[in-house]
Design a protein around this ligand. Structure first.
Ligand SMILES: [Zn+2]
Length: 309
């Protein structure tokens, strides 16, 4: 039928990881890519690469495949990312934190950013729970970035409910709001349906509460992973076959997490371990490249640097 199989190669796939597509004044964790930059990235992908989904990532193709994924389930994935992806003809996979759908509090790291930005000047420390007792971390010694990093690092291994309680307590103590910024909202149930209804978007799972899986008890990991799949499938009425590990670096999940993802019967699972996904790769430990708010030229250079195939 005119397709010359000799020109079809079985390449690796470059899987890109985005979080938010938004203009945001406050973005301490570098999660936002501005809409004009996102549009330029997708144009470059469709010009020079084969825009692909995770399902077809390893099928033979003439051009190296690139898969665009977005983590967490921010509302701007529907309002900003989807229209751009549709207009550029580039499919996107959105890994949704199922328990955050319709949760108006927002993610804890966004709450933490808001809290530290409104720290009263006389407050020079923050009191946080640690293994059944409280520790005090100094604040304000250098900049807000350093404060954010040290507090975030401390909170990361805790259960999400415990993190939320700690932020509530600090917010009470300091008498300041810890509401996440209004533009950092998560998808509502209606948004999720709208996103899932688009032919351009695939919904993937990302645990129920974005817990850092590593070292959590095995049962807890299994519950959060399988419940996120089940809840999302129930909401959108179709199979959810792809997963992304929260935070996703080598030290953010463990072998139990991978076992739990396999036994929940996900086809693929993405990490944020940098690399190109080879056809021989473990489908439940796929590497990804995290994309920053780069302009077109910088993104083009990165695409070339990140070897595919
Ligand atoms: Zn995430």
């Amino acid at each position: 039928m005119g397709v010359n199989v000799l020109t079809m190669k079985r390449n690796g796939a470059l899987i890109l990881c985005y979080h938010r597509v938004a203009e945001s004044a406050e973005d301490p964790f570098f999660l936002c890519v501005r809409p004009d930059n996102f549009a330029a990235h997708l144009e470059e992908i469709s010009r020079a690469r084969e825009p692909s989904t995770l399902a077809d990532a390893f099928l033979p193709s003439r051009r190296p495949r690139v898969v665009v994924t977005l983590d967490d389930g921010y509302r701007d994935n529907l309002t900003n990312a989807l229209p751009i992806a549709e207009s550029k003809g580039v499919p996107i996979t959105v890994f949704v934190t199922s328990g955050m759908v319709g949760n108006s509090n927002g993610f804890w790291w966004d709450r933490l950013g808001a809290l530290l930005r409104s720290r009263p000047p006389h407050v020079r420390e923050i009191c946080l729970p640690a293994g059944g007792r409280d520790v005090r971390l100094p604040l304000g010694a250098s900049g807000i970035r350093e404060d954010l990093d040290s507090v975030r690092r401390h909170l990361l291994p805790l259960r999400v409910a415990e993190i939320e309680r700690a932020l509530d307590a600090v917010s009470d103590q300091w008498q300041v709001s810890s509401a996440s910024p209004p533009d950092a909202g998560t998808l509502t149930p209606e948004d999720l349906l709208q996103l899932a209804a688009s032919d351009t978007a695939t919904i993937g799972a990302h645990t129920v509460d974005h817990v850092r899986l590593r070292d959590r008890p095995m049962q807890e990991q299994q519950d959060s992973i399988s419940a996120s799949k089940r809840d999302l499938e129930k909401s959108i009425g179709r199979a959810v076959s792809h997963f992304a590990y929260p935070f996703g670096r080598r030290d953010d999940f463990d072998d139990h997490s991978v076992d739990a993802v396999r036994s929940a019967v996900f086809d693929t699972a993405c990490t944020t371990i940098p690399g190109t996904a080879r056809p021989s790769a473990d489908p439940h430990r796929l590497p990804r490249r995290v994309v920053m708010d780069w302009g077109r030229l910088r993104f083009k250079v990165q695409l070339q640097r990140w070897k595919v195939g």
